[in-house]
Design a protein around this ligand. Sequence first.
Ligand code: SF4
Length: 129
Amino acid sequence: MEGTREECLCAGGNVLVFACSGGSNVGQISNQAAIALEEAGLGRFFCLAGIGGNLPDMVEPAREAEKRILIDGCPVSCGKATFARAGLKADCYVVVTQLGIKKRHEFAFADEEVEKVVAEVKEILSKTE
Ligand code: SF4
């Protein structure tokens, strides 16, 4: 049951969500999806910039997390590259443009686009439990 699964993940308490939050519609969709995932109790939105900056107080919790959800806006894969430099691996990885959402250099997006990303994350998580 959907609700039960979300409670279960929440109970884990140490699922971190990262988003590229880039300067485009898909970057902003990744950011909003991370917020939506936290609001749904599926994880805690964490700062990808802190990982990029190699800050120990950010990298260590990320390393010790039970699961890491990473959302990139497009195939440039800034989040994935940032993780790689820090020696981190995403347990759930989503690229927004791979869900049929075209990248545009603007910031407007639709709620349905964010919901599509959230649904994809839930689908992947359901297979990795
Ligand atoms: S992954 Fe794409 S959208 Fe995200 S920050 Fe990099 S270039 Fe921008």
